[in-house]
Design a protein around this ligand. Structure first.
Ligand SMILES: C[S@@+](CC[C@H](N)C(=O)[O-])C[C@H]1O[C@@H](n2cnc3c(N)ncnc32)[C@H](O)[C@@H]1O
Length: 301
């Protein structure tokens, strides 16, 4: 396997959950996202993969799934998630890179990626990894930041912004922070093997003045009334899509969930350090978190 993967936007040591969500005045966006998720999630499921789970803000929303794997590159985000959600059997905490998922193929019947594609310099490569681990017919809910949003269009029109919101290439507005054109995301998903079933536009009223004037609940209710317009036009800053996995074969029903992210061989699923029988690497298990980050493992001599 090739050791090269695209760069990761680090959240190690970040107080993102606290500063951005809990104290950041984003109750409206959180409520609008909860409504969209509720509309897109399947009524039941077995194993959900939450990609870029952060501190587990959305995890309780996956209550219809029997088990949830929280995956994030940041160990400290997962520690916060574990401290919020606990050591329950229902949650599996995994530190790993989206570009190198440590799972057998076709294991998940559900997955979400919320506010995380946003950090992918190679979005299609990341989505291809997600497709690999999804079971046929599995449902993948992807949220992306929309570069062709109303504010960007107006700013462009009045010469306040140099980049065009209408062209398909992503815009990197700060290092490793990307907004995407809806048609480009549609193409990435299609090329890697997902069929988009539904699109919802979310956070239409993400404006400081409106948020100061109206209660979050009121704005979220208005948002919920127009999210459906995403099926024919997307001009909101955030777009949620529900995608069905198109692939041949059957879902993985074997014992183990994990595969070595370095060589791809199956690994045992034990609450302990996991040693790969093929390449000899040992992936640590500490404080209830599996660590599959390449370069941080122990290598046999
Ligand atoms: C903006 S936060 C979103 C967290 C959560 N989904 C939410 O909406 O509250 C993005 C998360 O993606 C994670 N992330 C970024 N790049 C990643 C990668 N290559 N592999 C795994 N996680 C990644 C970060 O560590 C961070 O926790």
């Amino acid at each position: 396997m090739n050791d090269h993967t695209p760069p990761v936007c680090s959240y190690e040591g970040s107080d993102y959950q606290q500063s951005f969500w809990d104290q950041g005045g984003r109750a409206y966006e959180d409520a609008a996202e909860a409504i969209a998720l509720n509309r897109l999630l399947p009524p039941s499921g077995k194993l959900m993969l939450e990609l870029g789970a952060g501190a587990g803000r959305n995890t309780p929303r996956y209550r219809n799934f029997e088990r949830v794997v929280l995956l994030d590159y940041s160990q400290t985000q997962l520690e916060q998630a574990r401290d919020r959600l606990g050591y329950a059997d229902r949650y599996i905490y995994v530190a790993a890179d989206v570009y190198r998922l440590p799972f057998m193929a076709s294991v998940f019947d559900g997955a979400t990626m919320i506010r995380t594609l946003h950090h992918m310099a190679e979005p299609e490569q990341a989505l291809a990894q997600v497709h690999r681990v999804m079971a046929p017919e599995g449902i993948f809910i992807l949220e992306f930041a929309n570069k062709r949003n109303l504010k960007a269009m107006l700013r462009y029109l009045f010469g306040k912004q140099s980049w065009s919101p209408y062209t398909r290439e992503p815009v990197e507005f700060t290092e490793l922070n990307f907004d995407f054109h809806p048609k480009a995301v549609r193409d990435y998903l299609e090329r890697v093997g997902f069929e988009t079933e539904k699109r919802l536009t979310v956070s239409h009223f993400r404006m400081g003045a409106l948020k100061r004037l109206f209660p979050a609940k009121f704005l979220a209710t208005l948002d919920s009334l127009i999210q459906w317009t995403g099926s024919f036009a997307q001009v909101s800053p955030s777009v949620f899509t529900r995608n069905r996995t198109v692939k041949q074969g059957a879902a993985w029903t074997g014992e183990g969930l994990f595969a070595c992210p370095a060589c791809g061989a199956p690994l045992p699923s034990l609450p302990a350090d996991l040693t790969c029988g093929q390449c000899g690497r040992t992936w640590p298990f500490q404080g209830g978190i599996y660590d599959f980050r390449l370069g941080l493992e122990n290598k046999a001599d």
